[in-house]
Design a binder for this molecule. Structure first.
Ligand code: G3H
Length: 538
């Protein structure tokens, strides 16, 4: 018997308190040179992926933000360059413990904005209430963990080394102006996983929020202004061509921290007049496969694959985006998988227990439908009840069976709720897929036989950067390195790696003679230098 899907949108008058906000939120402000300034010019209108029902379904206008221009963007750049002052600014020269004090102040201010930010995550990108809360809390934890990791790094560097009669102290110094751009699916967390380590290492920031997920940053403008010195954080908003290209073309951006598509990353990198001076930290596309072996435990594999493929509607770079299932268990796996998909609740971000929520990207549903139609035209089948049913931004997951390499879904990163299942006979089939793929982030293996798993591990670790055993692909815990090969990433992020990525090892060295020993002793005793110091941060 077919289950009736409810793909309706809510009535504005019946919204629960957990999501209530006074809209529209017209953000007219931006932060440059330590001042919250008012934008006079064009604005971008923000529509929620959550449509409303008001005598029929209507678009839901929730606010606007400044569409800044080249001139303002260059003012943000000048402000950052001035604050860094070739490394002589207050912030890059500040002691680590003083920088940590600023961060602790920021955390206190940020925590006050939790409710507003969580609600804006729901309205702007359609993330469920519990996932929005998790995103906020994980970000606070990330900041606190970064502070602890920096203390450790600093303690390890607060001593001297003597080698071949040379005394040296090796520390890490900032790189300069960092341009931070995060993705829409984790607009707060993933932006902060670059912004926070970059800042705490003494760099200065120009920060552009993702296209979907701008307004949720607005409650933090005041906190940035209050917690950090003038010019250390600057915000820009608007069309990348107008506000980002001039920054790159100036040659004054030292680090590009970007999470998005490799197409955009490539455009930005070549705009820098001296690309060798630009350090890039990139999180890009992925098409992580699950390889399900004949002896995999169906129950737990299905559970991991549902969560791996469909959490936040499959809009995670780490999502399982293609499932290779051994032909001997294809039927039982698919049947069980589809049964679990049919239990998923589609609804609004604040609905109790909701799994599938409205998609924020413009025309995303149309894109997903095109992928499904292309697959069907090449012999795929929709295996689950209600698979692919949609209403505007709502799209119920489609499980596609009989998927083959003729189909777009086999190659393209769907970044949404479609789960392609490919049947395989020989393990070389999924392995060849991984080897010939443009992507190389992670893979999951499901099975019981340690010999077979060990063999696969040894092949896969040279193709991707994390192999998950009987577990879905994921970024966390944030202590673990997060990176990728090929078109999937450049640079490695984790709480401790990020501190290294946004800094450079720098040392002070002196021949070991009486004069130099005396000079170093004087500097240390009278705490004359912030760099050359044996102070221990507790
Ligand atoms: O979108 C990419 C994210 O880094 C994925 O993080 O695995 O914790 O959801 P996650």
């Amino acid at each position: 018997m077919s289950t009736e899907l409810n793909l309706s949108f809510p009535d504005r008058k019946l919204l629960p308190d957990s999501c209530y906000m006074s809209f529209p939120l017209n953000q007219t402000e931006y932060l440059i040179d330590g001042e919250i300034q008012k934008w006079v010019g064009e604005f971008e209108k923000v529509y929620s992926p959550v449509f409303l029902n008001q005598n029929g379904v209507i678009e839901n206008y929730i606010g606007s933000y400044p569409l800044m221009d080249k001139e303002k963007s260059l003012l943000a750049l000048n402000s950052a360059v001035k604050a860094f002052d070739n490394g002589n600014g207050e912030w890059p020269k500040m002691t680590i413990s003083d920088r940590i004090k600023c961060f602790k102040h920021f955390v206190l201010l940020m925590k006050n904005e939790r409710t507003a930010i969580v609600k804006l995550l729901m309205w702007e990108i359609g993330k469920s209430l519990s996932d929005s809360e998790k995103e906020f809390d994980r970000t606070i934890d990330y900041i606190n963990d970064t502070i602890d990791a920096l203390k450790k790094l600093d303690r390890d560097s607060s001593r001297f080394t003597i080698s071949q009669n040379i005394i040296a102290q090796v520390r890490r110094a900032p790189l300069g102006v960092v341009l931070c751009m995060g993705p829409f699916n984790y607009p707060l967390n993933e932006t902060f996983t670059t912004l926070i380590p970059a800042l705490i290492m003494g760099n200065v920031i120009i920060f552009k929020p993702p296209k979907h997920g701008v307004l949720l940053h607005s409650p933090l403008l005041k906190a940035f202004k209050e917690a950090f010195p003038k010019g250390v954080i600057n915000t820009v908003y608007g069309d990348g061509k107008k506000v980002i290209s001039p920054l790159m073309e100036s040659g004054k951006i030292n680090v590009l921290a970007f999470i998005g598509s490799s197409r955009v990353a490539d455009i930005l990198k070549v705009q820098h007049p001296k690309p060798h001076r630009l350090k890039s930290i990139l999180g890009l596309e992925a098409k992580n496969p699950a390889i399900i072996l004949p002896d995999a435990d169906i129950e737990s594999t299905v559970k991991e694959c549902i969560s791996g493929a469909l959490s936040f509607n499959g809009q995670r770079c780490t999502a399982l985006k293609i499932l290779f299932v051994h032909e001997s268990i294809l039927e039982s796996f698919s049947e069980r998988f589809c049964k679990e998909v049919s239990k998923l609740i589609i609804g609004m971000p604040w609905d109790n227990g909701v799994n599938i929520t409205p998609l924020p990207e413009t025309n995303k549903t149309e894109y997903l439908i095109a992928l499904v139609e292309d697959a069907l035209s090449h012999g795929a089948k929709i295996a689950n009840e209600n698979g692919g049913k949609f209403n505007r931004s709502l799209f119920f997951p489609a499980v596609l069976s009989n998927v083959n390499n003729q189909m777009r879904i086999y190659h393209e990163e769907q970044f949404g709720p479609i789960v392609p299942i490919v049947s395989f006979k020989n393990i070389s089939e999924p392995l060849n897929y991984v080897i010939s793929s443009d992507y190389g982030q992670q893979a999951s293996i499901f099975g019981n036989d340690s010999d077979k798993i060990a063999e696969l591990i040894d092949t896969l670790v040279n193709q991707v950067c994390r192999v998950n055993v009987n577990s879905q692909c994921q970024r966390g815990p944030d202590e673990f390195p997060f990176t990728g090969r090929k078109d999937s990433a450049e640079g490695t992020l984790s709480v401790s790696d990020a501190l290294k990525v946004f800094s450079i090892r720098t040392l002070v060295a002196a021949k070991e003679n009486d004069l130099n020993k005396q000079i170093i002793t004087d500097i240390l005793k009278e705490q004359k230098s912030n760099f050359l110091s044996t102070d221990f941060i507790f």
